[in-house]
Design a protein around this ligand. Structure first.
Ligand SMILES: [Zn+2]
Length: 298
């Protein structure tokens, strides 16, 4: 709730005995009955649980084999609360084939259970960025103090070099297309893209004025033209890494580089864009987001 620093929950008996171990089996077996199905008709069942052993026990009691039970993600991600069941469903769909029957149940104020049958359309959804790809690109944090700082549990001296200025909310609203949408401009005369959008073409021998169209950069890959690591700036995860990115198809922008170690970076390394939190303005309670460059594995 609000700025609570710690998760709060009541005692385990309330969560377990009077909670998930009662609601989830009731929802799952109730839905199976309603659909005239038995556990063996189901390819994958997805339901969250706070404890790995209870998760397995619950599935067994319901009559599912371990192979039918979708991984709980407790070891790879942890308990994510409300999204947990949906993340498990997304992960189940990544391995699903047409005809598979999938059952997904949530846990919160009670339990909702939904039954799905996979169609041929699943093939079109494959090879999109999903749970697997995000898990394979995760970066473990080796420094626990950094984690405490990320969670605002220990005070850290802010760098005097780059104190945050107040969030200009009106500017964020006015320029939301180029901030949130990562939309720049492309010259209609010579085709040169540029970010942020320009009125005057940046190509020296073109000179077109006000002949621009919107051009989206968020879906373009790029290459690192230059980069640096800054140990003195304001960044929760020092060193702050940023660099110039040249986009495929043209255009260049100065961006934070994230999900990487400084010593892994190389000039000309391919990167892709990712929408991330830029900072949190504590005084005004404003979270600010922008696009960052993420190095692609080669
Ligand atoms: Zn031009």
């Amino acid at each position: 709730v609000g700025d609570d620093k710690y998760d709060r929950s009541w005692e385990d008996r309330w969560i377990r005995d009077a909670g998930y171990s009662k609601f989830i089996p009731e929802a799952v077996s109730g839905l199976l009955k309603k659909c005239n199905l038995s556990p063996k008709d189901i390819a994958k069942v997805c339901y969250p649980c706070l404890y790995a052993r209870d998760h397995a026990n619950m599935g067994r009691k319901l009559g599912f084999d371990p192979a039918q039970i979708q991984d709980h993600m407790l070891t790879a991600v942890g308990y994510t609360g409300t999204p947990n069941a949906l993340m498990m469903l997304a992960a189940a769909l990544e391995d699903a084939k047409p005809g598979d029957r999938i059952l997904a149940a949530s846990y919160g104020n009670g339990s909702d259970a939904i039954f799905f049958q996979v169609t041929d359309e699943i093939e079109r959804a494959k090879n999109k960025r999903g749970i697997k790809e995000y898990l394979s690109s995760k970066k473990p944090l080796s420094n626990y103090e950094k984690y405490l700082h990320f969670r605002d549990m220990i005070p850290v001296e802010e760098s005097p070099r780059t104190e945050l200025s107040p969030t200009w909310i009106s500017t964020q609203w006015r320029e939301h297309k180029w901030i949130v949408g990562f939309v720049g401009s492309r010259c209609k005369r010579c085709g040169t893209p540029q970010y942020p959008g320009q009125r005057v073409c940046v190509k020296p021998d073109c000179g077109a004025i006000d002949e621009m169209e919107d051009y989206r950069f968020s879906d373009k890959k790029g290459r690192l033209f230059t980069y640096t690591g800054d140990n003195l700036g304001t960044c929760p995860d020092l060193p702050g890494v940023y660099g110039m990115v040249d986009f495929e198809g043209g255009g260049r922008a100065l961006l934070d580089v994230t999900d990487c170690n400084l010593d892994e970076l190389k000039v000309d390394m391919p990167v892709e864009m990712s929408f991330r939190r830029k900072y949190y303005d504590k005084q005004r309670g404003v979270y600010s987001y922008w696009w960052k460059a993420v190095p692609l594995k080669q």
